[in-house]
Write a protein that binds this ligand. Sequence first.
Ligand SMILES: Cc1cc2nc3c(=O)[nH]c(=O)nc-3n(C[C@H](O)[C@H](O)[C@H](O)COP(=O)(O)OP(=O)(O)OC[C@H]3O[C@@H](n4cnc5c(N)ncnc54)[C@H](O)[C@@H]3O)c2cc1C
Length: 394
Amino acid sequence: MWRPRPLRPRYDVVIIGAGVHGLASAYDLAKRGVWGVVVLDKSYLGAGASGRNTAIIRSNYRTPEGVAFYDESVKLYEGLSAELGYNVLFSQQGHLTLAHTDSAVNGLMVRAEINQLCGVDSRIIWRDEIKALVPALDCSDRPRYPVVAALYHPPGGIVRHDAVVWGYARAADRLGVGIHTFTEVTGIDVAQGRVTAVRTTQGDIQAGAVLNATAGFCSTIAKMVGLRLPITTHPLQALVTEPLTAFLDKVIVSANLHVYVSQTDRGECVIGSEIDPYTSYSHRSTLPFLESTAHHTLELFPCLRHVRVLRQWAGICDMTPDYSPIMGDVPGLRGFYLDVGWGTYGFKAGPVSGRRMAELIATGRTPELIKPFSITRFHDGRLLGEKAAAAVSH
Ligand SMILES: Cc1cc2nc3c(=O)[nH]c(=O)nc-3n(C[C@H](O)[C@H](O)[C@H](O)COP(=O)(O)OP(=O)(O)OC[C@H]3O[C@@H](n4cnc5c(N)ncnc54)[C@H](O)[C@@H]3O)c2cc1C
């Protein structure tokens, strides 16, 4: 997949984190002709959330800034297999966010209008159309919270997450990027207001620029340069069932019931929920998650009642107060860049943030698309509230 190369004593750009964000940024930097790029990871490739997520791709967000940003990513995903020369199995099967209460319907209506104003295919549909699109979904009055309406987003879908990671790694390697797994960053040197070197378990590296793309661990890297991020890390869990005959060809999300379900091309149902309510770096899965998620799934799909769970797992998520990411440089600290705060929704953003972060690092100019996501928004009070569109929906 990628060639072993010796770790050099100096690189123009050191990227910490070999998830989709770090690898996409490395690929786009190399594509722009920036030589001397290395990606370091303390574990194996995709060991973080990039190898643990439920791979939902969509752009039906809540703020115009968020919609424009994620829309560019959906478009990049549409061409990603051809771009990387690697099939990432992107299936744009459509995405439904269900509403079970009047207030939820009102929230979805606001999102539908913002989506449409931004040119994104997204609209409210009612029970009859939902039933026709998803025959297996219980649209009767039987459940405690019957389905009332849904936000239907046809371009949304699922991708094969590890194929995306491997595809980026292979393409970056072909362009000369060094990829060093099991190489932990243990310190970062700063002199006269700029980063100068990265200390690792494999030796020290002089660095022209450093990109923090470590998601759930990003606060620990930021601390190495004396920066405190407005981020807390929470576990997020998911589970997968035994393979079933194809019965579901839409992604179904219910924020009211705190659950979402999709079926992979191998027939397994991938099911997730919202973050665990406590902060932790733990990657352990729990029984309460299994119980509550199974219970809520059966409210939507009673036909799954005899189905067995194959496995469950957890990843960790870097949550910001406004559920939007932090991208860009850091005032007063030259050469240090942030691509963090990806919470429960950052996999879909890999291609666009890779492209735009590479543009920033290569040119020194912040692209318009990512300007609103600067860390300065927390000082200026310009938060980008995406909780309504990002909490359970991923
Ligand atoms: C269960 C679950 C479901 C999710 N579902 C979705 C979804 O459906 N759609 C979506 O868009 N998003 C989803 N997400 C969120 C998404 O997975 C993440 O936001 C995204 O993958 C973050 O990618 P990344 O490249 O920034 O970080 P990661 O993939 O987490 O990579 C960070 C890397 O940094 C490395 N690292 C950490 N510290 C150091 C160090 N000191 N030195 C060297 N390396 C270090 C880690 O080993 C890790 O490999 C989900 C997440 C989880 C956990």
